[in-house]
Design a protein around this ligand. Structure first.
Ligand code: ATP
Length: 463
C-alpha cells in the first residue's frame, strides 16, 4: 500500500489543498478578506491545468465531430427561462437551522442521529423544521428592483443551449441527430459548500444537449444507442485527462431519485478521498425542455425533418461534466508521496509529486542550467529552452518552462510537485564534452543522457 493510501481522506485533501496554494494552482476566493465560502480562485498553474482539460473536452466533443455546434450563451437569462425549466419552482434543497448556534445544514446530508433526534451536529442544540431552500442566486437587471427586473445567475449551462436551439437550426440547418455544446460558469447557492472544488457556489460546467428523433412508440429504444455511445465517449474523455478507470463507477439512478426532466440517468461516480460521489451525469431529458420553452415563450421549437417530411419536437440526451470536479479528480488521482527525495541528494523525508498525464500537466518539460551563477551554463540552457519551445508540442501546446531558482534538488522537487513529466538539465559535460543533456523522469527519478540533436524526438516519443 502506498503512503498516499495510508493517509486518511481528510489528510490527503489537506495535503492537496496546501500543495495547490503553495505552488500557485488554486487559492481560496477573496482570501485577504477571510475568504468567501464556496469560491476558489485559480492561479497560473491552475488555469493552465483547467485550460488543458477544457481543450481536450472541446476537441473530443466539438472539433473532432461534425454533428456538434459550440455556443457561449449569456449567464443572465430572461427569468421566464427558469420558470420554464422548473428551477424557480423546484431547484431547492431541504434546509434545517439550529435554534441555538444558527448553523444551517442540508437535511438530506445529516447523519441518522441528527435526523431522528433533531440534534445539531455542531452544538447539540435543537434543529428546527425542514424548509425548502431555492439554490438560485437572485439578482435584478437594470435600475428597477421590481419583480419584472428579477433574473438569476444560471445554475446550469444547459438552458443556454435549449433557448438557442432554434437559432442553430435556422442558421446552420443541421440534420438530426446533432448537439449543442457549451463550457461556462454556473452558480448554486449551496447550503453547505465543502470538499474544496467538489461543492462550490461558483463553478464551471461542460455540457452537451444532443438532439435525436422522438421514439416512434413506447417500445422504441433507438435513444439508448445514442445514450450508450455517450457512456463510451465519457469514459474516453476520462482517459484523455488521465483518470484511473478503476476509480470511476457507473450508477443507474433509480425511478423516484432522478431529476424531474429525466427518463434515464447514469451518474459517473469517482472514488474521492472523501468517499464515492458524483463526478459527471448523463441523462435522457426526453422532449421536456424544448416543449416547456415552446409553451412558455410561445415560439415554435419543433423541427422539420426534410427526409421524412415530418414535424416534431426532438428528444434530448445530456452528458454533463463539472470542470472543477474534473480538475479536482485529476489532482486527487495524481497526488503521490514516496521516499525518493534522497535520489536527488536532498535530505528530505518524503517526496510529493503529481503524476499528471502529460496531456493535462501545466508544463510538459522544464529546462535548467545545473548552476545559476555560471553564465555559460545559463546561456546554453536558454538556447536549449528556446529550441524546445519552438519545436516541441503535444497537440499544439508546447508547455515548456525555464527554472534556475534555488539549487537543482529544489528545482526537481518543485517540478515534481507541479507534475512536470520531464526535466532537462544542462551541465558542464554538455558544454565541455558535447555529452548532450540529462533528461530526468518525474515518476522514476531516472536520468538519461540524450544528445541535443535527439532531444526533441526523445521527448516527443516519451510524451
Ligand atoms: P450533486 O448531486 O453532487 O449536487 P447534481 O446532480 O446536482 O450534483 P448536476 O445538476 O447534474 O449535479 O450538475 C452537473 C455537473 O455539474 C455535476 O455532475 C458536477 O460535476 C457539477 N456540479 C454540480 N454542482 C456542483 C457544485 N456545487 N460544485 C462543483 N461542481 C458541481
Amino acid at each position: 500500500m502506498s503512503k498516499t493510501q495510508e493517509k486518511d481522506g481528510d489528510n490527503v485533501m489537506e495535503s492537496i489543498i496546501s500543495l495547490c496554494k503553495r505552488r500557485g494552482f488554486i487559492f481560496q476566493g477573496s482570501e485577504i478578506y477571510g475568504g468567501l465560502a464556496g469560491t476558489w480562485d485559480y492561479g497560473p498553474l491552475g488555469v493552465a491545468l483547467k485550460n488543458n482539460i477544457k481543450k481536450l473536452w472541446w476537441k473530443r466533443f466539438v472539433d473532432d465531430r461534425d454533428d456538434m455546434y459550440g455556443v457561449d450563451a449569456a449567464i443572465l437569462m430572461n427569468q421566464k427561462t427558469w420558470e420554464a425549466s422548473g428551477h424557480v419552482g423546484g431547484f431547492a434543497d431541504p434546509l434545517v437551522e439550529c435554534s441555538k448556534c444558527k448553523h444551517r445544514f442540508r437535511a438530506d446530508q445529516l447523519d441518522a442521529e441528527a435526523t431522528t433526534k433533531k440534534k445539531c451536529p455542531d452544538c447539540d442544540g435543537k434543529l428546527g423544521e425542514t424548509k425548502s431552500f431555492n439554490m438560485m442566486f437572485k439578482t435584478h437587471v437594470g435600475a428597477g428592483e421590481d419583480t419584472a427586473s428579477v433574473s438569476y445567475l444560471r445554475p446550469e449551462t444547459a438552458q443556454g443551449m435549449f433557448v438557442n436551439f432554434k437559432n442553430i437550426v435556422d442558421s446552420f440547418h443541421p440534420k438530426l441527430p446533432f448537439g449543442l455544446a457549451q463550457i461556462g460558469k454556473a452558480f448554486r447557492n449551496e447550503i453547505a459548500p465543502r470538499d474544496f472544488l467538489f461543492r462550490a457556489r461558483e463553478f464551471e460546467q461542460m455540457e452537451i444537449e444532443y438532439f435525436i428523433k422522438p421514439p416512434k412508440d413506447a417500445k422504441d429504444s433507438e435513444w439508448k444507442k445514442t445514450f450508450d455511445n455517450f457512456v463510451g465517449e465519457i469514459k474516453a474523455f476520462m482517459a484523455d485527462v488521465g483518470l484511473d478507470a478503476k476509480k470511476v463507477h457507473e450508477l443507474e439512478v433509480p425511478d423516484g431519485e432522478r431529476a424531474h426532466y429525466s427518463k434515464h440517468t447514469i451518474d459517473f461516480e469517482f472514488d474521492w478521498p472523501f468517499g464515492r460521489k458524483e463526478l459527471y451525469g448523463l441523462a435522457y431529458r426526453t422532449d421536456f425542455d424544448l416543449k416547456q420553452h415552446s409553451d412558455f415563450s410561445k415560439v415554435d421549437l419543433s423541427y422539420f425533418d426534410e427526409d421524412a417530411k415530418e414535424r416534431f419536437i426532438p428528444h434530448c440526451i445530456e452528458p454533463s461534466f463539472g470542470l472543477d470536479r474534473t480538475v479536482l479528480a485529476v489532482l486527487c488521482d495524481a497526488y503521490r508521496e514516496d521516499d525518493m527525495g534522497a535520489l536527488d541528494k536532498e535530505k528530505v523525508e518524503k517526496r510529493i509529486f503529481l503524476k499528471l498525464a502529460p496531456s493535462v500537466a501545466p508544463y510538459k518539460v522544464a529546462v535548467f542550467p545545473l548552476l545559476k551563477n555560471k553564465p555559460e551554463l545559463v546561456k546554453k540552457a536558454k538556447e536549449v529552452f528556446e529550441m524546445i519551445k519552438k519545436e516541441f508540442s503535444i497537440k499544439g501546446v508546447s508547455g515548456v518552462t525555464f527554472d534556475d531558482n534555488g539549487n537543482i534538488g529544489k528545482r526537481y522537487r518543485r517540478q515534481d510537485e507541479i507534475g512536470t513529466p520531464y526535466c532537462v538539465t544542462i551541465d558542464f559535460d554538455t558544454l565541455e564534452k558535447s555529452a548532450g543533456v540529462t533528461v530526468r523522469d518525474r515518476d522514476t527519478g531516472k536520468q538519461e543522457r540524450v544528445t541535443e540533436g535527439e532531444l526533441i524526438d526523445f521527448l516527443q516519443n516519451k510524451l
